[in-house]
Design a protein around this ligand. Structure first.
Ligand SMILES: [Zn+2]
Length: 321
């Protein structure tokens, strides 16, 4: 196998950094995972640089030439200037990460938000190949979306577009969100939200399967309990899927996509996915001709592949206009 060119992808998440070598066809030649530290950006960058050193020295590269680096990051990213603005609101320390990595490696570097990267992976190698108008909705620990309209992803004037987790879907909800509003979809339907909702209602269901695992409860456990027809879990999952369907239909009314792609661990659950579909109203989604579908890309690699896509500078997502 003689591969001429590859791109280095870096997916920096809340718990791990995935570094890998990716071809222009989206094939991951090799990758390695490192623990991340997102306590603050200075620490995150230090850990990232050490991980990159380890990868270069101990793993090495398969292709003859590396043509660039793409980095997917948690938080807000000024992709035009190559600046990682913040990990989350309140953890703000604008860091010229593209320049830092260019100086270190001599390669051109592009940065992007992690959900933007996943959206770009879909655009280049997933369902997004079939249409220029789609929405990628990630439902994992948190919840966010990427909007592609006329083949271009919308990032917003402050690089904060797609933070759809803070869309209110239940105006009567008393669940207070960190953003200051009540009834945000992330608090009700993300992995973390599902877990917190189950804990909040546990007292009403003392015989629930979840009562035994209160201390180490996860969203996944709530999903599995719903499959076993646990009443508490069913209540939480029924509401989460109803609210997600509301969110999807509101988004469809906003940008008129042909396809809505669901990514993230939570939507992999078959019962959860089917319940979302059951709550969609056919008239509202009549122009979503390619369907509300689940990502076919490998869940653990989609961020890495997306980072490599922005490293390839194939569209507006990587700063090339
Ligand atoms: Zn909120």
């Amino acid at each position: 196998m003689n591969i001429q060119e590859s791109v280095i992808g870096i997916d920096l998440g809340g718990t791990k950094i995935l570094i890998g070598e990716v071809t222009k066809d989206g094939e991951v030649l090799h990758s390695k995972s490192y623990p991340s530290n997102t306590e603050n950006q200075a620490k995150a960058v230090e850990v990232l640089l050490n991980a990159l050193d380890d990868y270069s020295e101990n793993i090495g590269f398969i292709a003859t030439k590396q043509v660039g680096i793409g980095v997917g990051l948690v938080g807000r990213v000024n992709y035009k200037a190559g600046i990682w603005l913040e990990i989350e609101p309140g953890k703000t320390n604008p860091t010229p990460l593209a320049e830092i990595l260019e100086t270190k490696t001599g390669l051109p570097v592009r940065l992007g938000n992690d959900v933007v990267c996943a959206t770009m992976a879909e655009k280049q190698f997933g369902w997004g190949r079939e249409t220029n108008d789609f929405i990628y909705l990630n439902v994992g620990t948190g919840l966010a979306a990427g909007f592609v309209v006329d083949g271009r992803i919308t990032q917003g004037g402050h690089f904060n577009a797609g933070e759809i987790g803070h869309a209110v879907v239940d105006i009567h909800s008393d669940v207070l969100c960190g953003c200051g509003r009540r009834g945000c979809v992330e608090r009700l339907a993300s992995g973390l939200g599902i877990k917190e909702e189950a804990l909040r209602h546990l007292n009403e269901y003392p015989t629930s399967l979840l009562a035994d695992n209160k201390a180490e409860l996860t969203g996944k456990m709530v999903l599995h309990a719903a499959e076993q027809k646990d009443k508490l879990a069913e209540k939480i999952i029924d509401n989460a899927t109803l609210q997600l369907a509301n969110l999807i239909m509101n988004m469809v009314r906003t940008t008129d996509p042909e396809c809505v792609i669901l990514g993230g661990g939570v939507t992999r659950n078959e019962l959860f996915f089917q319940k979302i579909l059951a709550n969609l109203q056919s008239n509202t989604i009549r122009f979503v001709t390619k369907g509300v579908v689940r990502s076919q890309l490998e869940k653990d690699k989609v961020g890495l592949i997306g980072a490599a896509v922005i490293g390839m500078r194939l569209g507006n997502e990587g700063g090339q206009e």
